[in-house]
Design a protein around this ligand. Sequence first.
Ligand SMILES: *[C@@H]1O[C@H](CO)[C@@H](O)[C@H](O)[C@H]1NC(C)=O
Ligand SMILES: *[C@@H]1O[C@H](CO)[C@@H](O)[C@H](O)[C@H]1NC(C)=O
Ligand SMILES: *[C@@H]1O[C@H](CO)[C@@H](O)[C@H](O)[C@H]1NC(C)=O
Ligand SMILES: *[C@@H]1O[C@H](CO)[C@@H](O)[C@H](O)[C@H]1NC(C)=O
Ligand SMILES: *[C@@H]1O[C@H](CO)[C@@H](O)[C@H](O)[C@H]1NC(C)=O
Length: 475
Amino acid sequence: MVFARSRHAAPAVAGVALLATQLFGVAEAAYYSIETREDILESSRTLAYDMMLFYDGNQTGMTPGILPGPPTEFKGDYYWWEGGAMMGTYIDYWHLTGDASYNHVIMEGMLHQTGDNNDYQPFNHTASLGNDDQGFWGMSAMLAAENRFPNPPEDRPQWLALAQAVWNTQNDPNRHDDFCNGGLRWQIPFSNNGYNYKNTIANAIFFNMGARLARYTDNSTYAEVAERTWDWLWGVEYIDHETWEVYDGGHVEHNCTDINTLTFSYNAGVLAQGAAHMYNYTGGEQKWADRLDNLVESIFNTFFPNDIAFEADCETAQGHCSPDMLSFKGYVHRWLAQVTQLAPYTAERIRPVLRTSAEAAVNQCTGGATGRVCGFYWSGGVFVDPAVDATSGAGEAMDVLAAVSSLLIDWAPAPATAANGGISRGDANAGINGWDGRPPERAPITTGDRAGAAILTILVLGGTLWTFVWMTYFD
Ligand SMILES: *[C@@H]1O[C@H](CO)[C@@H](O)[C@H](O)[C@H]1NC(C)=O
Ligand SMILES: *[C@@H]1O[C@H](CO)[C@@H](O)[C@H](O)[C@H]1NC(C)=O
Ligand SMILES: *[C@@H]1O[C@H](CO)[C@@H](O)[C@H](O)[C@H]1NC(C)=O
Ligand SMILES: *[C@@H]1O[C@H](CO)[C@@H](O)[C@H](O)[C@H]1NC(C)=O
Ligand SMILES: *[C@@H]1O[C@H](CO)[C@@H](O)[C@H](O)[C@H]1NC(C)=O
């Protein structure tokens, strides 16, 4: 979801804000403590409460499952996928803390957004439906099965079946073609901008879900497809063969060799979590341990300077991260925490980094009227109002909630499998013969959509500022 929709916000205002913070910002007394397990529980509870204030999906007349948005309809800062990511954050929150206060909200949201075919392709969100967007909801359904989240009512689709439905639609031959030797495209409907982009996140999530389904169901088909997907990502060199940095993607008209080398933490993070599932599923194969170790080191090198989460390619200046990007730190914390359960030998390496990072996260939560609102700039040590990034702060709040609650991982059960504690009913054929990605009937395109689409096209095709300039003046 990220690349084309990145918003290169006017840095001038943000720069002034940054300067002001640096000149006058004084670290306030920390509101949150994460010293003891009790402190972490208490802090998580408050962070979860505050994060929920951004969600209006359970209010009368509002749509369950989504954060205010999408921006293309001027309804708020957040695209559809981020609601799915939020659902996952609270599925983990419950798993880690035992606090079921929000389970009803999550159950309702997860079930409202399944779409008519119960495969997380709701008609309303066709215009922003990437394989990655669908995949984020799929990963939350998978997580619900792994965490033994309460099952939906009998007459509703079940968590494992929903995850299988997402995987089945993405495994459909219609979604794979020979451009670039295979791989999924970013967008699902071919009329969407970005259909010509084969990116890492779409394929990495498909890999991730295959690995997790293999481990949960012990069905080797998922593992075989996951490994093929890994091999493809390696083959097109979206994973750097030297540094293990994970790049964003490339275009079919260039055989995917025009690699956009921007790195985002969630690309590497979702691969690391998938590799850990493969490691665990294969009973500890060295090959997967090596891949996992290399990814973890690359994540720490690029995204955790001084052991504090840092969204490297946009955080270097305030106002440059899009609302999407502002939420990645939290996923990476949650995924790496799960890695320590699946590949226990990594815990010694990962645990202290997540702890240092979480401390930095809470130390800057000193803003707003409550004195505990969180910003995004963890390494700075002072609260920076999310307004500098032109957001309301939901991603920023979700990141800190995830970082803090994930510190409870050692007390939480490892992800279940069907043979070991799982309670979710699957359906290997879910989603098959559903919507195949051909364009559905769509509402007439509005002028606003067209303008947005033009900008997206430029960003997608551009890839660099120079191309952007070139296209603006010579197109
Ligand atoms: C929405 O959920 C929150 C959190 O559980 C709760 O406090 C609030 O009362 C709910 N609102 C409605 C209208 O149900
Ligand atoms: C689709 O949009 C309509 C109108 O806003 C809303 O009532 C409905 O709940 C939405 N469906 C989903 C799955 O979001
Ligand atoms: C496209 O790239 C792949 C490697 O990803 C290579 O095997 C293939 O030969 C290339 N195809 C063309 C037409 O250059
Ligand atoms: C797989 O995960 C389980 C659950 O955490 C763990 O007990 C087991 O040791 C892991 N397997 C390997 C090979 O590390
Ligand atoms: C394993 O998964 C594949 C892919 O979904 C499916 O076709 C097959 O029926 C499954 N096998 C079993 C034994 O469930």
